[in-house]
Every structure is written in structure tokens, then in C-alpha cells.
Ligand binder design. Sequence first.
Ligand code: ATP
Ligand code: MG
Length: 266
Amino acid sequence: MVDAALISLCLQVLLTMTDIPRDHPRYQSLVTREMLVKGVRDGITSMQGLIAHGRGEAFDYLLGEKTTAPALGAEKAAVAMLLLARNPVVSVNGNAAALAAPEMVALAKEVNAGVEVNLFHRTEERVGKIAGLLRSNGCEPLGVHPDRLIPGLSHDRAKASSEGIFTADVVLVPLEDGDRCEALVKMGKKVIVVDLNPLSRSARTATVTIVDNIVRALPNMVKLAEEMKSLPRPELEKIAGGFSNETALSAALDAMMETVQSSKQH
Ligand code: ATP
Ligand code: MG
């Protein structure tokens, strides 16, 4: 029988040997995969998170792996909503932690939001590791000892903290599961999701859906927050109020269909 520790050691050696050439046409996409694999090895990301990422990658391919103009518009509306909020919260799961922990903390600081750990595949060990990662990025996260349950949800994903997601008026939940997004909307919250799949239930239920990869969306949002935080409230209200999720999703589908059409012509 092959020793599990030996397999793990071999895997680690192989991974450290992986040297992605910088001139590879899909360099960023490959680096992102490595970040997630590291997330799994560090006990931050679940194995299921790798599969969820694969689904996202397929849609990103159709988008041309870039932030489209409508996605940037959604990012702007989302930042305006966060800046206008009374109690905004940024929710962090295993994929978001592996791919964008520093940016999530930076965004929370810019918009004065809480940061809450919230996991679908919750184990206390993973919560502790993600909380540690967030602390090393300079914030004290909520959700380590959740004391409330989101109504209408079974399962550990219902857990929330009373100062954080439970009482928040605006929640940014990147890569959210459809049911939880719906339950948060039903509680009267404005829900912002980052989801490359414009057809997902999350995308269709959210108040603002950003159809962009989290590795591009979060740095964009940090920059936008720096620029927009000095804007007067009426200006922010205009930006947030002018957003239509239906129009944004339809624009994302148009962008994907354009990629398919132009590939057929070649
Ligand atoms: P539904 O919303 O229909 O319930 P789901 O919650 O079952 O879908 P999951 O399998 O949980 O979907 O995956 C979460 C979503 O996150 C997927 O729709 C996928 O497109 C998206 N996703 C995965 N990786 C990224 C990423 N890096 N950036 C943005 N979105 C991503
Ligand atoms: Mg979803």
C-alpha cells in the first residue's frame, strides 16, 4: 500500500517544481489555479471549491478573460452601494480567501465594512485557518463564533453573526450559492455577488451581479472605492440607482455570444 504521507510529499514537490512560463498566453488563469491548489493544501479551500472554480473558468473563457464594460459598471454600482450602506459586510469563503484575501480586506477598509467568514463546507479548522489568513491581512473577522441562523436555510451555511451578515443591509458575497443569496435577499438585504455564470440562480437573484473573475473584480473595486469614497451621497445614489441587474446579465450573455459568433467566422 502506498503511504498517504509519501503521496502528499510527492505532490508538494511536484507543485513547487511547477514553473508557469510568464509568456504563456493563459498565464493568469494558470496562476489562479495554482493559488486555489495551494488553498486546498493549506486547508483554506475545499475540494468542491476546485470544481466550482472550473465552472467559473468555462464562462471566463467565453468572456475573453477580461473585465467587460458592463462588468465594470456593475463593480461601480456595487462600490456605490457599499459606500452608502449603514452596515456593509464582505463575506469570505474558501475560494475568495485563496484568490483575493488581501483585496477583500482592503475593500472592506475603504468602504468601512465588516469581514465575515462564511463557509458552505464548514469545519472549525477551515474557519480558523481563513480567520488567521484574514488577520494576517490586517482585519479581525466576524463569523468565527456565529450566533444567529439565516431563516429558510438548512445546513451550516445558515450560520451568521449578529453584528455582521445577520444585521447587514448590504452584503458582498463573492461566489455565493443560489439558495443563500435568495435567503439574504428575502431578509431585505442588498446582495452583491461576483459570479462568472450569468445563468446561475445567484446571478439571477442578487441585487447586483458582477460577471467577472474575482481576481479581476476585487482589485478593480478597491481602486474604485479609493476614487469614489469622497463623492457626495446623491452622486453615489445616482450610480447605485442607475444599475439594472437584468440589463447587466443580458449584456454579459451578449459578450459571451459574441465570442462564440466570432469564433465561428474564423
Ligand atoms: P447556483 O447559483 O445556480 O445555485 P451554484 O451556487 O451551485 O449555482 P457553485 O457550483 O456553488 O454554483 O459555484 C459558484 C459559482 O461561482 C459558479 O457559478 C461559478 O461560475 C462561479 N465562480 C467560480 N470561480 C469563480 C471566480 N474565480 N470568479 C467569479 N466567479 C467564479
Ligand atoms: Mg451560484
